[in-house]
Ligand binder design. Structure first.
Ligand code: GLN
Length: 322
């Protein structure tokens, strides 16, 4: 039987209302003061497949800041500007098992480069590699990438940027370690300003789903056939998402959900279900991107209801890449 979009929509609506009731369990991030204003009972999901299926369910119209999800796309932009070898000479691709803002490994004397681009130390290092003398110049390539993926230019949330910038003692501490170790390619204040701005770009679940869908399609826009991200760079980004994308819960996410994903502290998750070579009725097996928003977080900083919802969907639709 051919599954219709409406049929799929009904399923997702049911699952969202079920997991909506579990949003009570986590806590909204508070270390960036303004993020405390988020409504912890929100939960929304968007799914966009390569072959044009669009499903949106729950609180999908709430804008939120991209936060750590920007690390994936900044890494992509750095690889496109500088070339993969240049970037990987300066940042490793190993999971840490530590919190995203851990300083620990930077204090180990023998460290040659930050562990990976999806924890803060590695992400700030990647941000330092981008061309530009001002933060807006450095961010231009990121905005252009978003524009090519989404068809519009997302906006910066100035309040979130300022809130983070004013309260960023830990990221500054990481920054000073990076300077001491000689890892930064641009001046510290400029690099941090750029990093805080990239985290403050405002998006919604459908945008994350669209970005995920392009990654699922190895960087190519399925509508136009144009290459937005080089295939090799898209593959690398997905490998990093799978091994490092969910902070120190990445192993569990790979085991229980089994698809590349990246979360952010405002409660967003982008997940990528690559095409599967298998005869099946499920249209999603052609590849899809999933965007989730649920600001109540677990201790690792991942959306509680968001992860449960993804786990459920991945199981029902057999999305695991393994
Ligand atoms: N702006 C955040 C920070 O560096 C991003 C962290 C995150 O989403 N985990 O603290």
């Amino acid at each position: 039987t051919k599954l219709t979009e409406e049929w799929l929509q009904n399923y997702v609506d049911d699952w969202v209302s079920f997991y909506h009731r579990q949003t009570e369990e986590g806590e909204v991030a508070s270390y960036i003061p303004i993020l405390k204003e988020a409504d912890k009972n929100h939960l929304g999901i968007s799914i966009i497949s390569k072959n044009g299926i669009n499903i949106h369910s729950g609180n999908v119209d709430i804008p939120f800041t991209i936060q750590s999800i920007s690390k994936v796309f900044m890494f992509i932009v750095a690889c496109m500007e500088r070339g993969i070898p240049y970037v990987l000479d300066r940042v490793d691709v190993e999971p840490t098992g530590e919190a995203f803002n851990s300083i620990m490994h930077l204090e180990m004397r023998q460290v040659k480069k930050p562990f990976n681009p999806l924890v803060n130390a590695g992400a700030i290092t990647v941000t330092s590699m981008l061309y530009g003398d001002t933060s807006d110049q450095k961010l231009e390539a990121l905005f252009q990438l978003f524009e090519r993926m989404l068809g519009f230019r997302p906006k910066l949330n100035k309040d979130v940027y300022e809130s983070e910038s004013e309260t960023s003692v830990r990221n500054r501490a990481i920054g000073y370690y990076l300077v001491e170790l000689g890892f930064l390619e641009s001046e510290l204040e400029l690099t941090l300003e750029t990093y805080f701005k990239q985290c403050s770009i405002e998006i919604a679940t459908r945008d994350l789903a669209q970005m995920g869908m392009i990654l699922a399609n190895d960087g190519e826009d399925p509508k136009t056939g144009l290459e937005i991200i080089p295939r090799q760079v898209a593959r690398l980004a997905k490998a990093l998402m799978l091994t490092c994308g969910m902070y120190e819960a990445s192993g569990k996410f790979a085991a229980y959900v089994g698809i590349p994903a990246k979360s952010g502290v405002s409660g967003g998750i982008v997940a990528v279900a690559p095409p599967r070579i298998r005869e099946d009725d499920l249209p999603f097996l052609e590849g899809c991107g999933i965007g989730v928003y649920g600001p109540a977080l677990d201790k690792q900083g991942n959306s509680v209801a968001g992860i449960r919802l993804l786990r459920h969907i991945a199981k029902q639709w057999d999305l695991s890449i393994f």
